[in-house]
Design a protein around this ligand. Structure first.
Ligand SMILES: [Zn+2]
Length: 284
């Protein structure tokens, strides 16, 4: 499964130049011309407090490498590089203010779909992905083509050898540098079954989504919409130590995925921007 998701990410990376053909029309959805100047957001990857966990440095280095491709375009890099889609959390003092903005932009459709999923008994909670290997494997195998592109694990699916163990996640060692996951569940006679998952990685004041996937049988039930709303609600409630001091939420790249995925990001109030992730000069 890990190999299939690695190869899927490499395949999507190879598709970058081809996907950049969508750039012009998608910028127009934000009333921006093809050569328009995009806002440049400076990300602060370090923590305000002192954190010395060994994972922190690894996550900071990884973020600097990963987001290099979202930097402002210059020279030969003008083509084929992805534009980050960002939500400025500072604009939304509460989760309700964000949900009102989403409702306004989607004419009530997104909250309605999420409510439908809740009515069907779908619930959301933080998960430890390692404890749901069987369900995550079944979710990946349930649909070969998705809004983000082809999913290789669905083409070469091998049933997971271990059943879900369902252990709850432990809090990350550092509240500023972490990877956490959320899941959506349906209630069955044998207990709750995971039908969608979403991962978040926080580095400093930026948090990005990744590994977002819903079982093909539950897409129309609104499970993904409910899961996304419940996860952003947790972020914007700013109650948990892991959510404090966050400013930016990133959802992939503008050029990536289908027109439907692009529209979904627009409805969720994400906007195109360039990113610069760098350490403060004093820390060099
Ligand atoms: Zn840290």
């Amino acid at each position: 499964m890990a190999l299939a998701s690695f190869l899927t990410s490499r395949l999507h990376h190879l598709l970058d130049p081809w996907q950049s053909a969508t750039r012009k029309s998608r910028l127009r959805d934000y009333a921006l011309q093809p050569g328009a100047f995009l806002p440049v957001v400076h990300i602060h990857p370090e923590a305000l407090h002192c954190c010395e966990h060994s994972l922190c440095e690894l996550l900071i280095d990884d973020a600097i490498r990963f987001h290099r491709r979202n930097a402002p375009r210059t020279g030969f890099r003008r083509r084929g590089v992805p534009t980050a889609m960002l939500l400025d959390m500072e604009r939304y003092p509460t989760a309700d203010s964000y949900l009102r903005a989403v409702s306004k932009r989607s004419h009530g459709n997104v909250p309605r779909a999420a409510k439908k999923a809740a009515r069907l008994g779908i619930t959301c909670a933080p998960i430890r992905p390692e404890s749901y290997v069987a369900s995550i494997s079944a979710i990946g195998a349930s649909k070969r083509f998705r809004s983000g592109g082809p999913v290789l694990s669905a083409w070469f699916h091998a049933k997971a050898a271990t059943a879900d163990t369902g252990e709850a996640p432990a809090p990350p060692p550092c509240p500023t540098h972490w990877t956490m996951a959320w899941g959506a569940f349906v209630q069955e006679e044998s207990g709750p079954r995971l039908i969608a998952h979403l991962s978040l990685r926080r580095v400093g004041d930026l948090c990005r989504t990744h590994d977002i996937m819903c079982h093909g049988d539950y897409l129309r039930a609104g499970a993904m919409k409910l899961l996304f709303i419940e996860t952003t609600r947790w972020l914007l409630d700013r109650q948990a130590p892991e959510t404090q001091g966050l400013r930016w939420l990133m959802y992939g790249a503008m050029e990536h995925g289908s027109a439907g995925l692009h529209e979904w990001k627009r409805l969720m109030c994400f906007e195109p921007a360039n990113l610069v992730v760098e350490r403060p000069v004093a820390a060099l």
